[in-house]
Design a protein around this ligand. Structure first.
Ligand SMILES: [Zn+2]
Length: 267
């Protein structure tokens, strides 16, 4: 398991008025007020905003990514359960696109189950959940986050303004290893980022990627072990070569049969 943590500095908005100074080829802003005299500090929030945010605990965002079968949902459920056991109010959200196991619960590949809200988007969650219930909520888990286009706005608002702890799990990459949905967009606003790995189905080494076993080329193709397998880098690359070769052989056959049809005399 690789864990990358980042810590946000306190707001430095008052310093942004000063021109950056140059060190080598990089631009740096002064990091503390003793480095520059500030004559007219800029207030970034009204007194009402300050008392509102002071009454709420600061929120957090934790992101768990990795290929399929890496145990992301299991890690999410474990965290949600332990938060619930510690007396915190928890809720779990998943996309209603993913109805592989059950529509009203999150189920891991090995059968562990937890009730959830299956929604088309995240911004409808508060409305569905109810304002009062939302206010009391401490922790929100989001499973299969790659299916939510409004992930960034939801996480930002829930953690920054509403003081919630948000745990986001999803695929960082699709079957072609391209960024999937908005999952990677939330990394700059996250407290922690964890990339889990699976076991390569072909050699048993650590697997970082999801390999699609079929010819289907649309990005969102929901399935389990019937369509996908976790693979190491070596087997991802060799597998893609096999798939591409097969595809080009098939395509050349189609072209040949098309041209032979065209060339055939019409009786
Ligand atoms: Zn392998």
């Amino acid at each position: 398991m690789i864990s990358i943590s980042s810590h946000l500095n306190p707001p430095t908005t008052t310093l942004a008025k000063f021109p950056p100074f140059k060190v080598g080829s990089f631009n740096f802003l002064p990091l503390n007020s003793s480095m520059a005299s500030i004559k007219h500090p800029v207030s970034i929030s009204s007194s009402k905003d300050r008392s509102l945010s002071a009454s709420r605990a600061a929120g957090e965002i934790h992101v768990i990514v990795g290929p399929m079968f890496a145990g992301k949902t299991t890690a999410l459920l474990r965290r949600i359960k332990s938060e619930g056991d510690n007396g915190r109010n928890v809720a779990l959200i998943k996309s209603n696109k993913d109805a592989r196991y059950a529509i009203d619960s999150v189920v891991t590949h090995d059968g562990i189950k937890f009730p959830c809200w299956a929604l088309p988007n995240l911004l409808s969650f508060r409305e569905n959940f109810g304002d009062d219930a939302y206010e009391k909520l401490d922790v929100i888990g989001i499973d299969e986050a790659q299916f939510f286009d409004d992930l960034y706005d939801f996480c930002c608002n829930a953690a920054d303004n509403d003081g919630k702890t948000v745990i986001v799990t999803g695929l960082d990459g699709d079957y072609l290893r391209r960024s999937f949905g908005s999952v990677l967009h939330v990394i700059p606003i996250a407290d922690t980022v964890t990339k889990l790995t699976a076991r390569c189905e072909l050699c048993g080494k650590r697997a970082f990627f999801t390999f699609r076993k079929t010819e289907e080329t649309k990005t969102e193709l929901i399935g389990g072990a019937d369509l996908y397998m976790p693979v190491c880098r070596h087997h991802y690359v060799s597998g893609q070569i096999v798939m591409e070769t097969t595809r080009s052989v098939l395509e050349s056959h189609i072209v040949k049969s098309d041209s032979s049809t065209e060339a055939a005399p019409v009786v």
